[in-house]
Design a protein around this ligand. Structure first.
Ligand code: ADP
Ligand code: MG
Length: 442
């Protein structure tokens, strides 16, 4: 099997599922062991109870004997007591007459306590055919069949005279709860470990995919960049060759080529600047040179810069002004670049004649500027990413639109440096609106 990313993910997934399965099997086993341990302890307790029973019976006999003695001394003759006394130590004496249910209960309780079994129990004493030997209360009655068939039971050897062998049976309605409570620590540690492994796995895979995406984006950027640099460089080279040409005598044609070189050089400088600016932004070294300015003036200026381009495309940039001025303390150059970038995008990412609306408004403490276009829009899954550095929405039909995916990242950083926020709303094929809010500082 080739170890590519997909296979590794599959491999780790299988391993994790396997681990979880093993863990589950292990935990169920541990619970089973606990349960049988519990049953064993209960059984031992009951054995001790049966060993205590004869002692209690003997004590009961002695007390009864003394009571009768006293009654005789006082001349009282209780017929019932006399009959009972006659039955004593005969096979006809009922078990329930030898020891009371309460006495039995307290014996059981103290034995359970000794072994740390604190969960409530229900018990009953039965003859061999499953009949209650004590008058059963409603709880015991309701649980009769459970007690007889599923209870932990033990025979009671009272003495040789008993006609049938009674047995004590006991059940714990909240046994599972009790066992879970005892095991919560180990259960929660297992759960935490499983969650930790799943999370770490998720995180790793996520990082790998992000890194892969990043390297693709970087490749794109380098391709773009070289392409962009090539044009001015070769133009300059051609112009230089032309200037070198011996035939090139007229001042005018010389001038044309010099201007060409100058223009291309400016373009090169612009490209390098964009990249450098982002590099500086990256290191957090960008400092604003703030001064009192009018934001509205900046917007007008930028709009003017694009008028030629817009006219050529038969488009328009409308200003929807609520305000006559927008005084602000900010960096003139950077704020100009911000609007330059936004409008540049609005024109670039349109397949028809661009129609751009810039609207301004004011709240108590900030300016709200919206730049709306009728362009190609941005789909939902790309909307969060467009502010990321180097990110460009892959567009099939507008393939020749150039850019490095740095503009919006720069815009966002600048707006945030000014203490503001930028948001975008967009519908695919309808257009986009970039909403800036800038706190008013004067
Ligand atoms: N107004 C807009 N309409 C549609 N898509 C846009 C708009 N503005 C930006 N985008 C998308 O966001 C991406 C990032 O924009 P930006 O950072 O300015 O980079 P660039 O313009 O250099 O590609 C663009 O590549 C484009 O896909
Ligand atoms: Mg751009």
């Amino acid at each position: 099997m080739k170890l590519n990313l997909k296979n590794i993910v599959v491999l780790i997934s299988v391993a994790i599922i396997g681990l979880i399965a093993v863990q589950i099997v292990w935990i169920t086993n541990a619970i089973e062991v606990r349960k049988s341990q519990f049953d064993q302890e209960v059984k031992t307790s009951l054995v001790e109870v049966t060993q205590e029973i004869p002692k209690v019976i003997r004590q009961n006999k002695e007390t009864k004997f003394f009571q009768r003695q006293q009654q005789l001394n006082q001349g009282v003759t209780d017929i019932n007591a006399l009959i009972n006394a006659m039955l004593d130590n005969t096979p006809f004496q009922k078990f329930s007459d030898k020891i009371t249910k309460e006495q039995l209960d307290s014996l059981i309780q103290s034995q359970m306590k000794k072994r740390g079994i604190t969960t409530p129990y229900i018990f009953g004493v039965f003859d061999a055919t499953g009949n209650h030997l004590y008058e059963a209360d409603s709880i015991a009655k309701n649980h009769t069949s459970e007690l007889v068939s599923e209870g932990i039971n033990i025979p009671v050897f009272v003495d040789d005279f008993m006609l049938t062998q009674p047995f004590i049976s006991i059940i714990f309605p909240k046994k599972n709860n009790f066992i879970f409570k005892k095991m919560w620590l180990i259960l929660s540690i297992s759960l935490l470990l499983i969650l930790a492994v799943i999370y770490a796995f998720y995180f790793t895979v996520n990082t790998i995919f992000k890194q892969k995406q990043l390297s693709e984006i970087k490749n794109d950027f380098i391709n773009n960049m070289t392409h962009e640099l090539k044009t001015p460089i070769s133009t300059i080279q051609l112009a230089c060759e032309a200037l070198n040409d011996a035939d090139m005598n007229s001042k005018e044609s010389q001038q044309t080529f010099v201007t060409m070189i100058k223009d291309e050089n400016t373009r090169l400088k612009g490209l390098v600047d964009t990249v450098l600016k982002t590099a500086i932004l990256d290191k957090g070294q960008m400092k604003l040179q703030s001064e009192p300015l009018d934001l509205l003036e900046i917007i007008h200026k930028v709009r003017g810069n694009f008028s030629l381009q817009i006219n050529q495309l038969n488009g328009k940039i409308l200003l929807d002004n609520e305000l006559s001025e927008m005084p602000l303390f900010g960096d003139n150059q950077h704020l100009t670049n911000v609007f330059q970038n936004l409008i540049d995008n609005a024109i670039k990412y349109t397949s028809k004649a661009p129609e751009i609306i810039i609207s301004t408004a004011k709240t108590i403490d900030s300016y709200l500027i919206k730049v709306t276009d009728n362009g190609i829009g941005i789909s939902k899954e790309n909307l969060d990413k467009i502010f990321e550095k180097l990110y460009r929405v892959p567009t099939g039909d507008l393939h020749n639109v150039k850019g490095f995916g740095l503009g919006l990242n720069y815009v966002k950083s600048m707006i945030e440096l000014h203490g503001g926020k930028i948001e975008v709303k967009s519908t695919k094929d309808k257009g986009s609106t970039f909403i800036l809010s800038l706190p008013i500082t004067e």
